[in-house]
Design a protein around this ligand. Structure first.
Ligand code: G3P
Ligand code: MG
Length: 245
């Protein structure tokens, strides 16, 4: 049985505020093989790691991320209402990459261009990854497949994946035709019908999100998923260890 990797969704976000250095550090400590994170651009063009386009849900700020400068964003609390994390703030992509750089963790950078358009986000992200020498450890994904096209145009060697929630007709063939090497489907749709057989037979790397229940982790790991993307890496690693006993 192929061993599935464990990717921490927004970091170990079950235990620490999502998309903060605290959550990514914990994912490393728990032994996850990868992290997933979400990238936007600030008003002054800095790459920042946060999930929503707006600040309300996870910080004490209000309004759009893109209407705030980096300094304004980093002055906010990003504790996501979790006790004991009052010092957590919105990190830059650079801060997160520098944190995980010493190890061998993979990084799934999700370009959050599915709702708002961030001009030039692909180029900035690729340049930063290159500057830090982490090209071999990064996979780029986006719900906006134009962003993936742009990443591939700028660097045909970059590892990319299509992110999708709804079913896309023969997505595995569409990805293969475009030179995209990974599929990141939502858990609900791979459970609804057997799409996984086609995905897996295509030879593309299949990483399913967001897998938080042990029975789902087990099911996917037994099918030989490339990775499960989970809020609870500790649990996923425990489930995997039990399967291997
Ligand atoms: O990249 C997988 C997953 O994070 C996609 O959905 O909304 O959690 O960013 P979302
Ligand atoms: Mg995401």
């Amino acid at each position: 049985m192929k061993q599935s990797k464990v990717f921490a969704h927004r970091g170990a976000s079950q235990y620490a505020p999502e998309n903060t250095l605290e959550a990514f550090r914990l994912a490393m400590e728990q032994g996850a093989e990868g992290i997933e994170l979400d990238v936007h651009l600030s008003a002054d063009g800095e790459l920042v790691v946060i999930h929503d386009e707006t600040l309300e849900r996870t910080t004490n700020g209000t309004g759009l991320v893109k209407e705030h400068t980096l300094a304004q964003l980093q002055a906010l609390r990003a504790d996501n209402h979790m006790e004991g994390f009052e010092a957590a703030h919105i990190p830059t992509l650079r801060q997160v990459l520098e944190l995980v750089r010493p190890g061998d963790m993979q990084v799934n950078i999700e370009l959050k261009t599915g709702i708002l358009w961030y001009e030039g986000i692909e180029k900035k992200t690729l340049e930063l990854v290159k500057e830090l020498g982490m090209q071999d450890r990064v996979v780029y994904s986006s719900f906006n497949h134009y962003s993936i096209e742009e990443v591939r145009r700028l660097d045909p060697t970059a590892e990319t994946a299509y992110l999708f929630s709804d079913v896309i007709f023969e997505v595995e063939k569409y990805a293969a035709r475009r030179g995209v090497k990974g599929l990141h489907p939502a858990l609900w749709h791979v459970k609804m019908a057997d799409f996984l057989t086609d995905y897996l037979q295509s030879g593309l790397a299949v990483r399913v999100w967001t897998v938080n229940r042990p029975e789902d982790m087990r099911l996917l790991m037994e099918r030989g998923m490339d990775a499960v993307i989970t809020n609870d890496p500790a649990l996923a690693l425990q489930v995997r260890a039990e399967l291997e006993e």
